[in-house]
Design a protein around this ligand. Structure first.
Ligand code: C2E
Ligand code: MG
Ligand code: MG
Ligand code: MG
Length: 279
């Protein structure tokens, strides 16, 4: 629930904050119905292999366009869903939609992996493994076509770290791959990297944007790529917006990119068209 600290009444807040609180409440109120009605849907952003130029995976990103609220961005939506206990339901909608999509593409002869973001709260009470298993069974999606993205926040937010680790291992053993999102922007817990069976790291856009022009950032990115490779991981750079960044990343040996330069988050129809054109 959206809570007022210290028992303050909403009227005692500045106008702009009142509006923000009111909007949060509206989001919270409308969320269950939006999830049930299919108003909350993923768009997909391609991940492009740097060597072949082909799309090898697509990340599902949540989108919600409401008649009254307008576009509710992930930055607004995810924290509310987490706070009001709806993040599990949201994750379920997203993973199921992504799996259905992967099956559809597979039926078209296009084998690409779909990847979904997950919040640490979705792993509460050991629920995540069962949820993912059910979705895979009900959609007929092979586990190998699904990837889950977790962030470094998992490492220090997790009050039940061992239980979460257990679920991550179980998912990986079933064939779901795990990617570490926004690598380098959080707490970079190397202990965590040693225990989670990752197959991919994604370098956050915060680093990538100034990569070609800032020599220090350049060295950091080169180092992150080498670090990932030395652990046998695929390295993906996020937030690649232009050719200069692509070229610099090519030199660093980065495996794949995800960014506006190679494709914005797009509808299924748009991505299907691109996938058909490349095959
Ligand atoms: P993320 O997982 O790191 O996703 C990448 C974000 O960067 C996306 O923002 C994407 O639209 C944006 N982006 C992609 N290419 C570029 C680029 O070239 N330049 C710049 N400046 N940005 C680019 P989006 O869609 O607003 O999502 C924001 C974050 O919200 C995601 O970051 C992810 O952490 C979270 N999120 C999105 N969907 C879900 C979801 O279904 N569940 C959960 N738990 N979190 C989600
Ligand atoms: Mg992500
Ligand atoms: Mg990211
Ligand atoms: Mg990000």
């Amino acid at each position: 629930r959206v809570r007022m600290e210290g028992g303050n009444h909403i009227a005692s807040l500045p106008k702009s904050e009142q509006r923000a609180v009111a909007r949060k409440l509206r989001i919270e109120q409308k969320l269950p119905r939006a999830l049930g009605e299919g108003a909350i849907q993923p768009v997909f952003q391609p991940q492009v292999d740097m060597k072949t130029g082909k799309i090898i995976a697509a990340e599902a990103l949540v989108r919600w366009e409401d008649r009254d609220l307008g576009a509710v961005s992930p930055a607004e939506l995810i924290p509310v869903a987490e706070d009001c206990g709806m993040i599990g339901a949201l994750g379920e909608v997203m993973i199921e939609a992504a799996c259905r999509q992967a099956v559809y593409w597979q039926q078209q002869g296009i084998g690409i992996r779909v990847s979904c973001n997950s919040s640490v709260r979705e792993f509460r009470n050991g629920e995540m493994t069962a949820r993912v298993r059910d979705i895979l069974a009900r959609t007929g999606c092979p586990a190998s076509l699904l990837e889950l993205e977790i962030t470094e926040r998992f490492a220090f937010e997790a009050e039940a770290e061992e239980a979460i680790m257990h679920q991550l291992k179980a998912l990986q053993e079933e064939g779901v791959s795990l990617a570490l999102d926004d690598f380098g922007t959080g707490s970079a817990s190397f202990r965590y990297m040693q225990t989670v069976p990752l197959s991919k790291i994604k370098i956050g856009e915060e680093f990538i944007a100034s990569f070609p022009t800032n020599s220090k950032v350049g060295k950091i990115v080169d180092g992150l790529v080498r670090f990932g490779h030395s652990l046998g991981l695929t390295v993906v750079a996020e937030g690649v917006e232009d050719e200069a960044v692509w070229k610099a990343l090519e030199e660093s040996g980065c495996d794949a990119v995800q960014g506006y330069y190679t494709g914005r988050p797009m509808t299924v129809a748009q991505l299907t068209e691109r996938l058909q054109a490349q095959s």
